[in-house]
Design a protein around this ligand. Structure first.
Ligand code: 5GP
Length: 214
């Protein structure tokens, strides 16, 4: 508000600043093969205020993976040391391996007003929601169980046994959609990306996230 306006008798109001916001955690979750990775990649490209949290894991690196890109690959002893030092916001054992979300990285970027994106399975989604009450959670829904199988087969990273185990889990995981804040159908990629971007935009516009000027 200009001083001219206040001179005309309009009471000065605190003006929100669009560049000073409180960040939040965005949990993108759903069963294996639902397409979380592609959706998140597109969201990050569309909204530079979003930043991906890279988890620690004790699982072996797959040939196409690079350390500190998909995960920080660590030995079990190191993971346990970090866990004991409270360095994880949440952690879980998934399919026999340990995974953890690095607390310092998340907290630092939230302080900077960023949207920190966690791409985790349904069990991970539940553990993050417990650890971070203010997290915004999105459940990604697959077109069908057959599509999940096709995507896991196409990915070519898992054995037939692992794929069957993941599909067996899918039913239990799908039943948890009601625990989330939002649901996005991943039938059509562009529509699903638009849905996810709209959620981020709406959440960023919440009055409660606009910091008051000093
Ligand atoms: P993958 O080994 O196939 O990359 O991941 C196995 C599962 O672990 C995935 O469903 C993935 O979402 C989940 N996961 C990855 N990082 C984390 C994490 O930091 N915390 C939890 N709870 N789960 C994770």
């Amino acid at each position: 508000m200009s001083s001219a306006e206040s001179a005309r008798g309009v009471a000065p109001v605190p003006v929100p600043r669009s560049n000073r916001r409180v960040g939040f955690l965005l949990v993108v979750s759903g069963p294996s093969g639902v397409g979380k990775g592609t959706l998140v990649e597109r969201l990050l490209a569309a909204r530079p205020e979003c930043i991906l949290s890279i988890s620690n894991t004790t699982r072996a690196r797959r040939p196409h993976e690079t350390d500190s890109v998909q995960y920080h690959f660590v030995a079990k002893e190191e993971f346990e040391r970090r866990r004991a030092a409270n360095q994880f916001l949440e952690w879980a054992e998934v399919h026999g391996h340990l995974y953890g979300t690095p607390r310092a990285f998340v907290e630092e970027h939230l302080r900077q007003g960023r949207v920190v994106v966690l791409e985790v399975d349904v069990q991970g989604g539940a553990s993050v929601r417990r650890a971070q009450a203010g997290a915004v959670s999105v459940f990604i829904w697959p077109p069908s169980i057959d599509t999940l199988r096709e995507r896991l087969d196409l990915r070519g990273t898992d054995s037939a046994e692992v794929i069957e185990r993941r599909l067996a889990n899918a039913g239990t995981e799908l039943a948890q959609w009601k625990e989330y804040d939002y649901l996005v159908w991943n039938d059509d990629l562009d529509t699903a990306v638009a849905g996810l971007v709209a959620i981020v935009d709406a959440e960023r516009s919440r009055v409660g996230r606009l910091t008051q000027p000093e």
